[in-house]
Design a protein around this ligand. Structure first.
Ligand SMILES: Nc1ncnc2c1ncn2[C@@H]1O[C@H](COP(=O)(O)OP(=O)(O)OP(=O)(O)O)[C@@H](O)[C@H]1O
Length: 325
């Protein structure tokens, strides 16, 4: 785990039991057994994990919404389990379902929230920045999913929080709104806000996160910068791999080519469907040269080919497995 000088959030050995549960003969169920993470100021820290990994439970304990069973949590230097309203006013939370009152209208709602803070973000500016002006007087229940998301972000920001929790911030956003929201998140990060992001969209995490924690089954399974995680070789649990990046070369040619023994070690060749081949591994120029020589010797001219970088999604699936939770 990182040891930043002044983290906005620091979780150590979090344990959370729920219950007693009737389905377990009245026993407690341990849903988080050992999660640790730190989030720095001026960074986006992503918490990723498959369904049921314990992300929501971890973050709700961090926000003081659930009582932890064990471990320590420090949010802006205070214990969220015992801190009062003073801490809450320094923390912004954007929930996936918005948590907004259905009968409220965006502009009056934001003005009302702003009235609770001594030095709020000017509402007109937020409304303009998040393009809320076009629906500022429409009832929340009539807003589209993307409009609710932008309003939820504005509501989380109006108190100028020092730390911001974002749960699936781009859910339901069209490409224009996504760009708007991402630009704002990047700007907030650059201005020193500590941002904690949970998402199932690996693309969002890859784009926004400075540091990533992956949890599964209620415990940490991997962490690192996006670059460090991308450099991992498939199946390797720790370290940064051999220094090269795993890539996939995809090409289309005639079906049934026997490429066994053609490539230097470290590459796996699969005919994914008739005539489509993928070569995956820490590919080096020698792999490309061997393939091209073999094509020449066997009179094969691919109809199409591309070299693809490994994505955070590939790494995530590699670490957390492909089983459905
Ligand atoms: N009160 C509860 N009673 C029973 N099980 C619970 C309770 N709270 C959480 N769980 C279980 O704990 C596990 C972790 O849940 P949590 O919501 O933290 O996961 P998550 O990583 O946020 O999942 P998702 O990605 O699906 O939102 C799940 O298996 C969930 O069913």
């Amino acid at each position: 785990m990182r040891s930043p000088l002044s983290p906005v959030l620091s979780i150590n050995g979090l344990v959370k039991d729920v219950g007693p549960l009737a389905g377990l003969d009245g026993k407690m169920l341990r849903v988080v057994s050992d999660v640790s993470l730190t989030a720095e100021r001026g960074q986006v820290t992503a918490l990723l994990g498959p369904n049921g990994a314990g992300k929501t439970t971890t973050l709700e304990c961090a926000q003081g919404l659930q009582k932890r069973t064990g471990g320590t949590i420090s949010l802006l230097g205070a214990d969220p389990a015992t801190a009062g309203a003073g801490l809450r006013s320094r923390v912004g939370v954007m929930l996936q379902d918005g948590g907004l009152p259905p009968s409220a209208r965006p502009l009056p709602l934001l003005r009302h929230i702003a009235g609770l803070y001594a030095d709020p973000w000017p509402v007109d500016d937020l409304v303009e920045r998040l393009a809320i002006d076009t629906f500022s007087r429409t009832g929340v229940r009539r807003l589209s999913g993307g409009q609710k998301q932008r309003l939820a972000l504005a509501a989380a920001l109006v108190g100028r929080p020092e730390v911001l929790f974002l749960d699936e911030p781009s859910a339901g956003l069209d490409p224009q709104s996504r760009a708007l929201v991402f630009n704002l998140i990047t700007e907030l990060r650059d201005s020193g806000m500590g941002i904690i992001l949970t998402t199932h969209l690996m693309d969002d995490a890859q784009r926004l996160a400075d540091y990533v924690y992956i949890i599964d089954g209620g415990r940490n399974v991997a962490e690192g910068t996006v670059q460090q995680l991308l450099a991992r070789e498939p199946g390797v649990d720790s370290g940064t791999g051999s220094g090269g990046h795993v890539r996939t070369l995809v090409f289309d040619a005639r079906p049934g080519l026997d490429l066994s023994g053609v490539l230097p070690e470290g590459a796996v060749v699969v005919e994914t469907r008739a005539g489509s081949y993928s070569v995956t591994g820490v590919l080096r120029p020698g792999h490309l040269a061997a393939l091209a020589s073999w094509w020449e010797a066997n009179d094969v001219m691919p109809a199409a080919m591309s070299l693809q970088a490994r994505s955070l999604e590939d790494v995530f699936l590699d670490i957390s497995g492909k089983d459905i939770r």
